[in-house]
Write a protein that binds this ligand. Structure first.
Ligand SMILES: Cc1ncc(COP(=O)(O)O)c(C=O)c1O
Length: 395
């Protein structure tokens, strides 16, 4: 999954890809096409479009030049032929499932998976008689054993949330493709700067573009990238299901993407240093970060990733109240869900995403009372660590 020699560097592609060859009144930046529909000059032009002799926009749910620029940039960043944008990361996942799973199909997912994705599978895909097998992340033996003749898709995040498990994409693809199963990687926690799943043979990469791709905690968006053939049914589905991105949000995403590489380098560096520092603290029971040798998937991450992501998960040597005192004492990160933005965010899964999961159940999932998820922003690492140091004293 190394860099191909004929490819520009990450920052050059972040800045220029998808925009340079398109001239809108010689504007350096791509305009926001704030329109819901596109007019035809006469019936002959309309007929040429309908017959496929003319490529152009028609109606705002099917395409928009501002989105198209983002889609081209994402293709170059992920190494795909085609990309499609959505109103949110959830919309990317749900549209992909609905587009690709036949009625009654079998689906395999990993346990350490975004809870709303799990909820969609549990509460909605069952209505299409989709049967789902849940396996441990990174367990390719369990994956091989779970595949059936009617298995259509394997869906996993990598890295996962909150334990940042890293999937060996090449091995996973080998196992799945041998049985005709398509592989979808939710690469939100990595970004295309740290991991390129299509290079490893995955059929689809999806992202919550709300996170690293947008990067400023100011928009919601999602995307799916793959070969032109793979993306065609997904694009068709979003035009029908309707979860499309607003042109203004698409512009914010395009603007955010220009600094993707710079930002991710800082997120990754901050997280690695913070994880190493946390591991040395007596008040910290355990740290999960794929860049640490103590992480179960460190060798896979070192092989496949360039940088290990901006999120660090750790458990404190304290109880629920002590952990809350620690979080409340932090002065730099905001207490908020999400990740991948310039502002650092901190959360306790127990008081955030697992709030309504009964204690016994969440303990079985390893979500303990003093578990913390720290999404590093791009602030100065010395400041972040000094802040953590004073917050640990507040326990
Ligand atoms: C890994 C992952 N995938 C998908 C999503 C959903 O993305 P969005 O919030 O943009 O709908 C999230 C959201 O937190 C996520 O963490």
């Amino acid at each position: 999954m190394g860099k191909k020699p004929d490819r520009n560097g990450d920052s050059t592609r972040s800045v220029h890809a998808g925009e340079r060859d398109h001239h809108f009144a010689n504007s350096v930046t791509t305009p926001i096409f704030q329109t819901s529909t596109f007019w035809f000059k006469d019936s002959a032009e309309l007929c040429a479009f309908q017959e496929g002799r003319l490529e152009r926009e028609e109606y705002g749910r099917y395409g928009n030049p501002t989105w198209a620029a983002v889609e081209r940039k994402l293709c170059e960043l992920e190494g795909g032929e085609s990309a499609v944008l959505f109103a949110s990361g959830m919309c990317a996942a749900t549209t992909l499932f609905l587009a690709l799973l036949p009625k009654g199909a079998h689906l395999i997912v990993t346990g350490d998976c975004y809870r709303r994705t799990r909820q969609f599978i549990r509460d909605y895909l069952v209505k299409l008689d989709v049967e789902t097998t849940v396996i441990e992340p990174a367990d390719t033996k369990a994956l091989a054993a779970a595949i059936r003749d009617d298995t259509a898709l394997f869906f996993t995040e990598s890295p996962t949330n909150p334990y940042l498990r890293v999937i060996d994409i090449e091995e996973t693809v080998r196992v799945c493709h041998a049985r005709g199963v398509k592989v979808v990687i939710d690469s939100t926690f990595a970004s295309p700067v740290s991991q390129r799943a299509l290079d490893g043979g995955a059929d689809y990469v999806i992202h919550s573009a709300t996170k690293f791709l947008g990067g400023h905690n100011d928009l919601l968006a999602g995307c799916a990238i793959g070969s032109a053939e793979a993306i065609a049914p997904v694009r068709e589905a979003v035009g029908v299901l309707g979860g499309v991105i607003d042109p203004h949000a698409a512009y914010l995403l395009l603007r955010g993407l220009k600094t993707l590489s710079l930002r991710v380098e800082r997120h990754n560096a901050n997280a690695l240093r913070m994880a190493r520092w946390l591991e040395e603290q007596d008040a910290v029971r355990r740290v999960w970060y794929p860049g640490l040798e103590s992480h179960p998937d460190h060798s896979t991450a070192a092989k496949l990733m360039r940088g290990f992501g901006g999120v660090v998960t750790f458990e404190l040597e304290t109880d629920l109240e002590g952990a809350m005192r620690f979080v409340d004492a932090c002065r730099i990160p905001y207490i908020a869900p999400s990740l991948g933005g310039v502002e650092s965010l901190i959360e306790m899964p127990v008081t955030m995403s697992f709030w309504d999961v009964p204690r016994e159940e969440r303990m079985k999932m390893g979500i303990t009372d003093s578990l913390i998820r720290y999404a590093c922003g791009i602030e100065d690492c010395d400041d972040l660590i000094a802040d953590l140091e004073q917050a640990l004293r507040a326990i």
